[in-house]
Each structure stands twice: as structure tokens, then as C-alpha cells.
Design a binder for this molecule. Structure first.
Ligand SMILES: Cc1cc2nc3c(=O)[nH]c(=O)nc-3n(C[C@H](O)[C@H](O)[C@H](O)COP(=O)(O)OP(=O)(O)OC[C@H]3O[C@@H](n4cnc5c(N)ncnc54)[C@H](O)[C@@H]3O)c2cc1C
Length: 425
């Protein structure tokens, strides 16, 4: 099925807007990495009027007509609102978007018997999150790129010209795999967790290995999920089931390495039985899993944070700057939050004159520190709390805190208000 037309006009054709001498190209901003963060950032920058190039190969994803992608993202209402303002959601097939109205959280390995149930209706918000396939986000991002006149260069970045040793320069230069030289006032790294730009610029990243992997798979279910997401915290890891459209759910099981390996060793039918058996032990009212509908995949889990995700005329955003545990479904939402703040900073008069000026980049970086650290503390803290039994007083306090939240609709509403805002702030 073809995507619907984008609801905004294309700006001038790419070739007219970019100066090129002897095969060298000059732009205002070069975005490195053409997955979701890079696509969304580049189209937004072009819409602000910057001459923008997007560098890197197309991501290898296939848009499934039947069934769902392996990669499903929970998108926060704040991120969705921004995508809507950009005209991106109008091109997403509504029939492929899942809705999370309720979250049912179980502390399986604690003595707290009561689940925490977060309910959008009780907190007076439209929904807690939406679930969207990665391929859908990439398709709309690519369409927006084509329509906003972004210069698309599909070769990978291979080298970065050294800065001028303290002397202010008006451009930073990179070389692509095909030998092409690109000069930009600002380089923006959206090239993911293993960022080549971060390595070339010698930007340090603090790494924490969770010694776990996330196993993802999608399932047909035997009754409607009623738009409820389920999450079980246990010493076997954190199992999440997210509602997809219709009778289907997407699993992310963030499991200690040996558990993840044994899950990945199972055939899809055996995996389905195994996950169902785990849920049955928890005794929770989740829909029954009928069949695993795609091949499971696994992702090693690390946290990687850059204290200073920038250098001379260069800034890192999304996973290139910060990778967090996926238990809260917030990694891409944080990346979209980066884009929103960067766009706000780059809309100012001083930034328009020189988007790569250090004062501009630092202003952006200051705005993002708090959101990234808060998400890091939350996810790392929860991981530690459920990894092994907590000792004496700390364990008692954790159980007490869980029971308080489970019993208090005020605390639940406060958590929801905080969660739905994730993205911009
Ligand atoms: C199991 C799991 C579940 C998750 N669930 C959620 C969720 O529900 N919600 C959420 O918000 N987040 C979620 N996340 C986090 C989310 O997946 C990431 O934050 C997001 O995909 C990062 O996107 P990105 O565009 O920054 O990086 P990537 O998607 O990694 O893209 C990087 C791009 O850079 C390109 N690239 C690399 N090197 C070069 C080079 N030298 N030159 C040019 N291009 C290059 C790559 O080809 C790629 O296209 C989850 C993560 C995991 C592991």
C-alpha cells in the first residue's frame, strides 16, 4: 500500500541549494546516520531553512504488509505531538499503530503482591503511549527527507578532518566512503550506539554492561489486550508485552545473558510456550499467547553516556550520545527530545548566523543533561533493584515504596504525567 502524501510542501530541489566545487560539497548542517533520529532531525532542520545533507546508507528494514516488524517502539505522547506538528504522523498508517491505555506492572520477585496499574483514563490523559513499527517511522522519515529538499548522500562517513588546534574555523570537514568531501558549519552525529563520528572526534563515553540481552518477538494472542501493556520485574529479567493493533502483542524480555541465550535457542513455537509458562507462574490476567509470528531477535544491553556529547562544530544526538536500558521504552523518545531542543536552539537568530558556534552547541547540551541523567538513574536503579534480592532495610523500603505506589492513585497520576511528558524535556 503506498504511503499517503506528506501534508507539507517540498522546498527547492536539492541540487540548487548546495554549493559544490570540484566534487566538494558545502552545507550548513551535515547529519550523519539515516535511521529514525537522523531522518527526523534532517527533515526538521531543512524545514527551518538550513541547507542540510543526510549522510549514510538506508537502514536495512523491510516494511511488512502482513504481520509486524521485529522492532516496535513505544512512542510517548510528547514525541507523537512533535511528530504530528512536523506532519510526520499524517503519513503513518493508523491501522498499524497500537495504543497503550493502561500499564500493569508486577514485581514478581518481591513480596509485594499488589500490581501497580497505571491508567490513562484515571490520570485524565489521552493515552500512555503509542506503539509503532521501526519501518513505519523510517518510511515516513524518508518521505519527509525527499520532500524537504535534504541532500541525501548514501555513503558512510569514514574520516573527520582534525579541528584547527584551537583556531576558530567556520567549517568542519568529513570524507565519505566514496571519497566525497563534505564541509559543514555543524556536524550532527545520529549514527547510533557505535557512532563513528564520536570515535573520530575522540568524545569519551561512559559504558555500563548490563550483562543482559533484550529478546524481542511478536505474538498472536487469544483475546483482545484491551490496550494494556504488561511488565514483570523478576530475577529472570524484565519481561514486557506491548499491545499492537488487533490481537497481537510485542515482547521485549531483557534477560540476564544465560536466560537470553536459552530463549534465543528456542524455536518460535517453543518460545511461545516458554513465555506463556513464565506468565502463568506470575498469575496475571494477561491474554494467552497463541503463536510467535516472527523470528525472535536479541540485542545486547549496555548503557553508554557521553558527559560532553559535543566538540568543535560537532554534536551527537540520540543513541550516539546516550544509550539506556530499554525497560522504560524511552531511548528513541529521548532522541526525539534531543531533536526538539536542538531545533528550538537552532531557531534563534544567533544560531541562524552560525549553527556550529560553540555557544549554540553548549546551550543545547545544557538543556538535555537533566532528562538523560534522570532516565539513566531510573533504568539503572530498577535494574539493580530487581537483579538480586535486596538486603534487609533497603529491601523493606523498596517493598514499602512499591505498595505505596500500587495503593495511591495520586502517585500513579504523578508517574503518568511525568512519563507522558518524556520526549521534549
Ligand atoms: C530491545 C529494544 C527495545 C527498544 N524499545 C524502545 C521503545 O519502545 N521506545 C523507545 O523510545 N526506544 C526504544 N529503544 C531504543 C531505540 O531502539 C533507540 O534509542 C533508537 O533506535 C536509536 O535510534 P538512532 O537513530 O539514534 O540510532 P540507530 O537506529 O542505531 O541508527 C544509526 C544509523 O547510523 C548509521 N551509521 C552508522 N555508522 C555510520 C557511518 N559511519 N556513516 C553513516 N551512517 C552510519 C547506521 O547505518 C544507522 O542507520 C529500544 C531499544 C532496544 C534495544
Amino acid at each position: 500500500m503506498p504511503l499517503p502524501a506528506m501534508p507539507f510542501q517540498a522546498s527547492g530541489g536539492p541540487t540548487s541549494a548546495f554549493s559544490s566545487t570540484g566534487g566538494e560539497i558545502d552545507v550548513d548542517i551535515a547529519v550523519i546516520g539515516a535511521s529514525v533520529a537522523g531522518l527526523f532531525a534532517a527533515q526538521a532542520l531543512a524545514r527551518l531553512g538550513y541547507r542540510c545533507a543526510l549522510v549514510g546508507p538506508d537502514p536495512a528494514v523491510s516494511r511488512q504488509q502482513d504481520g509486524f516488524d521485529q522492532r516496535i517502539f513505544a512512542i510517548s505522547p510528547a514525541s507523537w505531538d512533535w511528530m504530528e506538528q512536523q506532519g510526520l504522523t499524517a503519513a503513518i498508517d493508523a491501522a498499524r499503530v497500537g495504543v497503550i491505555d493502561r500499564m500493569h506492572l508486577e514485581a514478581a520477585s518481591w513480596s509485594s503482591p499488589q500490581p501497580i496499574v497505571l491508567d490513562a483514563y484515571r490520570a485524565a490523559v489521552d493515552q500512555l503511549a503509542l506503539t509503532v513499527e521501526q519501518s513505519e517511522l523510517i518510511a515516513v522519515g524518508q518521505q519527509a527527507i525527499a520532500m524537504t529538499g535534504v541532500l541525501r548522500l548514501k555513503d558512510a562517513l569514514v574520516s573527520l578532518r582534525a579541528d584547527q588546534g584551537g583556531k576558530p574555523a567556520s567549517r568542519r570537514s568529513i570524507q565519505l566512503e566514496n571519497g566525497q568531501q563534505l564541509h559543514a558549519k555543524l556536524l550532527m552525529g545520529c549514527d547510533g550506539a557505535g557512532s563513528k563520528l564520536r570515535q573520530l572526534a575522540n568524545i569519551a563515553s561512559r559504558r555500563f554492561d548490563y550483562q543482559s540481552s533484550a529478546v524481542v518477538a511478536n505474538f498472536d494472542i487469544d483475546s483482545h489486550h484491551r490496550h494494556t501493556a504488561f511488565q514483570w520485574f523478576s530475577d529472570q529479567g524484565i519481561l514486557a508485552l506491548l499491545p499492537l493493533p488487533g490481537h497481537a502483542m510485542s515482547m521485549v524480555w531483557s534477560a540476564p545473558q544465560p536466560v537470553a541465550e536459552s530463549l534465543m535457542g528456542l524455536e518460535p513455537a517453543a518460545l511461545c510456550r516458554h513465555v506463556q509458562a513464565f506468565i502463568d507462574v506470575q498469575g496475571c490476567d494477561a491474554p494467552g499467547l497463541r503463536a510467535c509470528i516472527n523470528r525472535p531477535a536479541s540485542f545486547p544491553l549496555v548503557e553508554a553516556l557521553c558527559d560532553r556529547p559535543f566538540a568543535d562544530r560537532l554534536v551527537l544526538i540520540a543513541d550516539a550520545a546516550h544509550v539506556i536500558h530499554p525497560m522504560a521504552g524511552q531511548g528513541l523518545n529521548l532522541g526525539i527530545g534531543d531533536i526538539i531542543e536542538l531545533i528550538a536552539v537552532l531557531s534563534t537568530r544567533s544560531a541562524r548566523h552560525d549553527p556550529g558556534a560553540l555557544t549554540v552547541i553548549e546551550r543545547y547540551a545544557r538543556r538535555r543533561v537533566e532528562a538523560v541523567l534522570a532516565m539513566s538513574w531510573l533504568t539503572k536503579g530498577l535494574h539493580q533493584a530487581f537483579r538480586a534480592p535486596l538486603p534487609g532495610l533497603i529491601g523493606g523500603f523498596a517493598n514499602w515504596a512499591w505498595s505505596r505506589v500500587a495503593a495511591s492513585s495520586w502517585l500513579q497520576s504523578a508517574m503518568i504525567q511525568q512519563a507522558v511528558r518524556q520526549g521534549p524535556r
